[in-house]
Design a protein around this ligand. Structure first.
Ligand code: FAS
Ligand code: PHB
Length: 394
C-alpha cells in the first residue's frame, strides 16, 4: 500500500488529523488496531476547549456536537466546606468550554472518515515504523491475518501511550520526562441526572472528587483512590456515600448527589509524561503517543487536538508550497503548548488531591492556594485562561 501520510492509531488524534488532511486535499490511511465498537465505547475525556471545537467544525465533524454538546461558562472549586465559581467568560474575555464526550467525538469522526474516505482500517495493528530517516518511511502492520507494508511520504504516530510509533525516534535521540502520582481515579458513569449545573472539583480531607456529566441525565463522577485500587472493592452505595462526603457544603448540609444505576466503573492511574522531540526525520508524533497528563486539568484530548491542528497546517503548507518550515518547527511549537498543559495539569492535580504522605503543613498550603484563587480575580484568571485553552502561541 502507498499513501501520502500514514497515520498509526484511530483515536481522536489520528481521526482528526485524517479529516483535516482530507480537507486540505492530502491523502492518508489510518491504521487502528482495535475494532470500531471498542474504540467508540472507550470512556475517556469529556471537556473540549474552544480550539478543539473549532477544529472539529473545520473538519466537518461539528454538527452533532453543536446539537448535543453542553456549553459551560465555568466550574466550581469546592474546599473547606465552601464552593467558589470560576467565571470563564468574565475572566477570559468570553471563552467557555464544551461538554461533549470523547466517545461521541470519536463516533462522529469515524462516521465521517468512513463516509468521505480515505481508508480507515480497523483490526490493523502496526508492528513497526521503519525508514524514519529516509524519504519513504513505512508502517509494517498486520491486518486480516496478513502482514503488509504501508509506504508513505510521512508517518504520524497517533497510537497513544502504549503504541509503537514512538520507537521510531531512536533511543539516543529520544528523551522522556515523567512523573507518577501516589493516587489514581475511580471513575463511574451513572444513569443519574447531575444536580450541579457545572463541573465541581472538590478538595476534601478525605481526598479529591470531581462531578462531571455526559448529558442532563447521565453523570460522570471521579474519586481519588489509592494506586492499585480494585473497582470491585467499591460497590455503588460506597461510591455514592464517599462522593457525598467529599462534596459536603457547610451552608447546605443536605447537599447530596442524585443517585442512579452505575453503568461503568474503572480505575485510572495518574501519570505525567513527555517524549521529546515529537519528530524524527519523516516520522512525527501527536497526542498521547508523545505526552500524557493527569486528567485533572481536562487537557489530554485537547492537547491531542492541538498537536494535529499544528501538524495539519504544517503538512498542508508542505504540499501547497513545498516549504517544510512549519514541519521543521512542529516539535518545538507543539512542545511549548504541551509543557504549559503539563504544568497546569500538575498544578490542578497536586493542589486538589491529598498525597497520602503529605503533612498538615502541605494541606494548609493547598487551602491557601485555593483561597487565593477564590479571592483574587488575577489568580482565578490564570486558572480560567489555562482551563479554557490558551490561544495558539499564547
Ligand atoms: P488514544 O490512546 O485515544 O488513541 C490511540 C489509538 O491508537 C487507540 O485507538 C489504540 O487502539 C490505537 N493503537 C495503539 N497501538 C496501536 C498499534 N500498534 N497499531 C494501530 N493502532 C494502535 N483525558 C481527559 O482530558 N479527561 C479524562 O477524563 C481522561 N480520561 C482518560 C481515561 C483513560 C483510561 C485514559 C487512558 C486516558 C484518559 N484521558 C482523559 C486522556 C485521553 O482522553 C487521551 O488524551 C486521548 O485519548 C488522546 O488521544 P490520542 O492521542 O488519539 O490517543
Ligand atoms: C470528564 O467529564 O470525563 C472529565 C471532565 C473534566 C476533567 C476530567 C474528566 O478534568
Amino acid at each position: 500500500m502507498r499513501t501520502t501520510v500514514g497515520i498509526v492509531g484511530g483515536g481522536p488524534a489520528g481521526l482528526l488529523l485524517a479529516r483535516l488532511l482530507h480537507r486540505a486535499g492530502i491523502a492518508s490511511v489510518v491504521l487502528e488496531s482495535r475494532d470500531r465498537g471498542y474504540v467508540e465505547r472507550r470512556q475517556r475525556a469529556g471537556i473540549l476547549e474552544q480550539p478543539t471545537v473549532d477544529a472539529l467544525r473545520a473538519a466537518g465533524a461539528g454538527a452533532r456536537m453543536d446539537r448535543e454538546g453542553l456549553v459551560h461558562d465555568g466550574i466550581e472549586l469546592r474546599f473547606g466546606g465552601r464552593g467558589h465559581r470560576i467565571d470563564f467568560p468574565g475572566l477570559t474575555g468570553g471563552r467557555r468550554v464544551m461538554v461533549y464526550a470523547q466517545t461521541e467525538v470519536v463516533k462522529d469522526l469515524i462516521a465521517l472518515q468512513l463516509a468521505e474516505g480515505g481508508p480507515l482500517l480497523f483490526g490493523a495493528e502496526a508492528l513497526a515504523v521503519t525508514g524514519a530517516d529516509t524519504d519513504t518511511p513505512a508502517v509494517r502492520f498486520r491486518h486480516e491475518g496478513r502482514e503488509q507494508v504501508l509506504t508513505c511520504d510521512y508517518v504520524v504516530g497517533c497510537d497513544g501511550f502504549h503504541g509503537v510509533a514512538r520507537d521510531a525516534v531512536p533511543e539516543g535521540v529520544r528523551t522522556t520526562y515523567e512523573r507518577t502520582y501516589p493516587y489514581s481515579w475511580l471513575g463511574i458513569l451513572a444513569d443519574a441526572p447531575p444536580v450541579y449545573e457545572e463541573l465541581v472539583y472538590a478538595h476534601s480531607p478525605r481526598g479529591f472528587a470531581l462531578a462531571s456529566m455526559r448529558s442532563t441525565s447521565v453523570s460522570r463522577l471521579y474519586l481519588q483512590v489509592p494506586n492499585g485500587t480494585d473497582p470491585a472493592d467499591w460497590p455503588d452505595a460506597r461510591i455514592w456515600d464517599e462522593l457525598d462526603a467529599r462534596f459536603a457544603l457547610d451552608a447546605a448540609p443536605g447537599w447530596r448527589l442524585e443517585r442512579g444505576p452505575v453503568t461503568a466503573k474503572s480505575v485510572l492511574p495518574m501519570r505525567s509524561s513527555v517524549t521529546e522531540p515529537m519528530r524524527y526525520g519523516r516520522v512525527l508524533l501527536a497526542g498521547d503517543a508523545a505526552h500524557i497528563v493527569p486528567p485533572t486539568g481536562a487537557k489530554g484530548l485537547n492537547l491531542a487536538a492541538a498537536d494535529v491542528i499544528v501538524l495539519a497546517r504544517a503538512l498542508a503548507a508542505r504540499y501547497a508550497t513545498g516549504s517544510t518550515e512549519l514541519l521543521d518547527t512542529y516539535s518545538a511549537t507543539a512542545l511549548r503548548r504541551v509543557w504549559r498543559a503539563e504544568h497546569f495539569s500538575y498544578f490542578m492535580t497536586t493542589t486538589l488531591h491529598t498525597d497520602p504522605a503529605q503533612s498538615a503543613f502541605d494541606t494548609r498550603l493547598q487551602l491557601s492556594e485555593l483561597d487565593r484563587i477564590a479571592a483574587s480575580p488575577h489568580a482565578a484568571a490564570e486558572l480560567a485562561d489555562n482551563y479554557t485553552g490558551l490561544a495558539f502561541g499564547g
